[in-house]
Write a protein that binds this ligand. Structure first.
Ligand SMILES: Nc1ncnc2c1ncn2[C@@H]1O[C@H](COP(=O)(O)OP(=O)(O)OP(=O)(O)O)[C@@H](O)[C@H]1O
Length: 565
C-alpha cells in the first residue's frame, strides 16, 4: 500500500504540514484561556477580553480553513490510490489464467473489488487523517503540559500504558473478526451472483424460496459476526473512554488542591484541564484508529492475496509478435493436466498445414475442448510443445496469438449491450458496414433487421432476449469479423436448425477455405469437409481415419473408431 502512495508523497507532505499547523492553532486555545483567566479577568479590562476573543476567533477561522484543505487533499489522494488499486486489481483478474479463475467464485472476486477495497479506502483516507490529527494533538499537548507542569503532565499520561496494552491485546481480535466479516460478505455476494446468473434454472426448478433462504442464511451469518465485532468495538471504546477520564479527574483533584494552596493559578488549572482533554482525545483516538487499522488489515490481506498471485500464462521476456499470414500448427507430444496427477491430454502429436481443417471427434470428456484451448494459450501444455509456423507458441506474445484465433463455442456469451457492439467485440475497430457484412455472412442479418431496434437492440447480460440459434449466429458473425488465420469451431452449429445450418455451413466453409481450422463436431455431415479427422479417447489420439472409414461406409471397419471414441 505504501509503495502505491509513493507517487503522492509531495501531496502527503503538504497535508501533513497543513494538519500540523491546524493542530498547533488548536493547541494554542488553552494558552489563550489561561491568559484570560490569569491576566484579563483579574485586571477587569474589558477591551483586553475583546482582543483575546477576537484573536481566538481569527485563529480558529484559519485553523478550519487549513484543516479543510489538508483533509480534502488527503481524502483526494486516498481516493486516487484506491481507484488505482481497483484498476490494478481488475487488470490482474484478467491477466490471471483460466486455471485460477476456474477455482474462484465470481462473487468472491467482485466482493474483493468492491467491499474490501472500500474498507481499504476508509483506512487510507478517513483513518489516516484522523490518526495523524490525533497523533499531533497528543504529541503537541504533551509537550506543552510538560513544559507548564511536569507533575500534572505525568498524571495525564499515566493511563497511556494501560490503553496501549489494551489496544495491542484487542488488535488481533479486530483483525480476525474483520477478515471473517469480509469472508462472509463475500460468500453472500457469491450466492446472490450465482442465483441471479442462473435465474432461469432457479425459476424452472421453482427454487426462488430456496435461493432466498440460502441468501438469508448467509446474511444471518454475516450479521452474527458483524454484531460480535460491534460489541467488542463498543466495549473497547467505552473502556478507553473510562480509562482516559481518570486522568481528567486526577488533574481536577490534585490541581484543585494546589490552587487552594496557592501553588497553582486558576488559569493554569483550566488550561491543564483543556490540555488533558486533548491528550485523552489523542490517546483514545489513536487506540480506536489502531483497532480500525487492524480491521482494515483483514480487507488488505484479501486484496493483496489476489495481487500477489503470480500470472501463469504470460509473455516471455523476448516474446515476438505472431504475424502470419498463414498458420501451420504442430503438436509435439503434448500433455496437459488441470490438476497435477490427472492427465487430461497425453502424447498428442499431429501436424496441420496452413489453411487445412482438422476435425476432432470423441466422446464427451475425451479432451477435445481442452486441446483447442491450448491453441489460444488459455493454458500452456504441461508436457511437450505446440509449434506455430515452426516456433514454440510460447515464443510469441500472448496478445498476438490470441489475435490470431477466432473461436465459436457451444456456450455463447453475449455482453449486455447492443447486437452491433457484441459483433464488434471480434474486432473493435470494425466499421458498421463491416459488422453488417459479417452478420450477413453468418446468416444473422435477416433476423437482426426484424428486431425492433435492429443492430442497436440491447441483448440483456447473457443474450436472453435471443434464441439459442440466434445467439450462435451472432457469435459466428463475431468470429467472422475477427478475420483471424486460425479458426476454432467448438460445436459451432449445435443450436441451429437444419435450414439455417446449411446457410451457416456455407459461410463457415468459405471462412475455412483460407484458414487453419479446428472443428469439434458430433454430426457426421460437418466432418465431410475436414482434411483430417483425429479421434480422441481418454486424452489420447487413437486414430486418424478418413471420413469414409469413420462413418464405416466403405468396409464397415471404420465404425470401430466411433465406438471406441
Ligand atoms: N477446468 C477444469 N478443471 C479440471 N478438469 C477439467 C476442467 N475442464 C475440463 N476438465 C476435465 O478434462 C477432461 C476433458 O474435458 P474437455 O472439456 O476437454 O472434454 P471434451 O472432449 O471437450 O468434452 P465435451 O464433448 O463434453 O465438450 C474431462 O475429464 C473434464 O472433466
Amino acid at each position: 500500500m505504501l509503495s502505491m502512495a509513493r507517487p503522492h508523497l509531495p501531496g502527503v507532505a503538504l497535508c501533513l504540514v497543513l494538519i500540523l499547523v491546524a493542530m498547533a492553532i488548536q493547541l494554542s486555545l488553552p494558552l489563550g484561556v489561561q491568559a484570560i483567566f490569569d491576566r484579563v479577568l483579574s485586571s477587569g479590562d474589558k477591551r483586553q477580553v475583546h482582543i483575546v476573543a477576537g484573536g481566538l476567533l481569527l485563529f480558529f477561522v484559519v485553523r478550519s480553513l487549513l484543516s479543510f484543505w489538508g483533509q480534502f487533499l488527503l481524502q483526494r489522494i486516498g481516493d486516487t490510490i484506491v481507484v488505482d488499486l481497483r484498476k490494478q486489481l481488475f487488470r490482474h483478474y484478467h491477466d490471471l489464467g483460466l486455471l485460477y479463475h476456474h477455482k474462484q467464485n465470481v462473487g468472491d472476486l467482485l466482493s474483493r473489488l468492491g467491499s474490501d477495497v472500500a474498507a481499504l479506502r476508509n483506512a487510507v483516507s478517513n483513518l489516516l487523517v484522523a490518526f495523524l490529527t490525533n497523533f499531533f494533538q497528543l504529541a503537541g499537548a504533551t509537550v506543552i503540559m510538560m513544559l507548564m507542569n511536569w507533575k500534572l503532565g505525568l498524571m495525564v499520561l499515566a493511563v497511556s500504558p494501560l490503553v496501549s496494552v489494551l489496544t495491542r491485546v484487542c488488535a488481533p481480535v479486530f483483525r480476525r473478526l474483520s477478515a471473517t466479516i469480509q469472508d462472509r460478505l463475500a460468500s453472500s455476494t457469491t450466492i446472490a451472483q450465482e442465483s441471479l446468473a442462473g435465474i432461469e434454472i432457479t425459476k424452472t426448478f421453482g427454487r426462488e424460496a430456496y435461493e432466498s433462504g440460502r441468501y438469508g442464511d448467509s446474511m444471518t451469518r454475516f450479521l452474527e459476526s458483524a454484531i460480535r465485532a460491534r460489541r467488542i468495538d463498543a466495549a473497547f471504546n467505552a473502556t478507553i473512554a473510562f480509562l482516559t477520564s481518570f486522568s481528567t479527574i486526577a488533574i481536577f483533584w490534585y490541581g484543585g488542591i494546589e490552587v487552594a494552596d496557592g501553588g497553582l493559578s486558576a488559569g493554569t488549572l483550566v488550561a491543564f484541564l483543556l490540555y488533558s482533554q486533548n491528550v485523552t482525545q489523542g490517546i483514545a483516538g489513536i487506540a480506536q484508529h489502531y483497532s480500525s487499522f487492524s480491521a482494515a488489515a483483514g480487507a488488505t490481506r484479501r486484496v493483496f492475496e489476489i495481487l500477489d498471485t503470480p500470472v501463469e500464462v504470460r509473455d516471455a521476456e523476448d516474446a515476438i509478435p505472431f504475424e502470419g499470414p498463414g498458420a501451420a500448427i504442430r503438436f509435439d507430444d503434448v500433455g496437459f493436466q488441470y490438476r497435477s496427477g490427472v492427465r487430461v491430454l497425453q502424447d498428442i502429436s499431429f501436424d496441420v498445414g496452413a489453411g487445412q481443417t482438422v476435425a476432432l471427434v470423441g466422446a464427451s470428456g475425451a479432451g477435445k475442448s481442452t486441446l483447442v484451448k491450448l491453441i489460444s494459450r488459455l493454458f500452456d501444455p504441461t508436457e511437450g510443445s505446440i509449434r506455430l509456423n515452426g516456433r514454440d507458441l510460447r515464443d510469441y506474445s500472448l496478445q498476438s496469438v490470441r489475435n490470431a484465433v477466432a473461436v465459436v463455442s457451444q456456450d455463447v456469451f453475449l455482453f449486455g449491450s447492443s447486437i452491433m457492439e457484441n459483433i464488434r467485440y471480434g474486432r473493435l475497430d470494425a466499421s458498421d458496414a463491416e459488422v453488417e457484412a459479417a452478420a450477413r455472412a453468418a446468416n444473422a442479418h435477416e433476423f437482426i433487421e426484424r428486431l425492433s431496434d435492429g443492430y442497436m437492440t440491447q441483448v440483456g447480460e447473457r443474450g436472453v432476449q435471443l434464441s439459442g440459434g440466434q445467439r450462435q449466429r451472432i457469435s459466428i458473425a463475431r468470429a467472422l469479423l475477427r478475420n483471424a488465420p486460425i479458426l476454432i469451431l467448438d460445436e459451432a452449429t449445435s443450436a441451429i436448425d437444419g435450414r439455417s445450418e446449411a446457410l451457416i455451413q456455407d459461410a463457415i466453409d468459405r471462412m475455412r477455405s483460407s484458414r487453419t481450422t479446428f472443428m469439434i463436431a458430433h454430426r457426421h455431415e460437418t466432418l465431410r469437409n475436414a482434411d483430417r479427422i483425429l479421434v480422441l479417447s481418454g486424452g489420447r489420439i487413437i486414430g486418424s481415419p478418413d471420413y469414409q472409414q469413420l462413418i464405416g461406409e466403405d468396409d464397415g471397419g471404420g465404425r470401430r473408431w466411433l465406438k471406441e471414441a
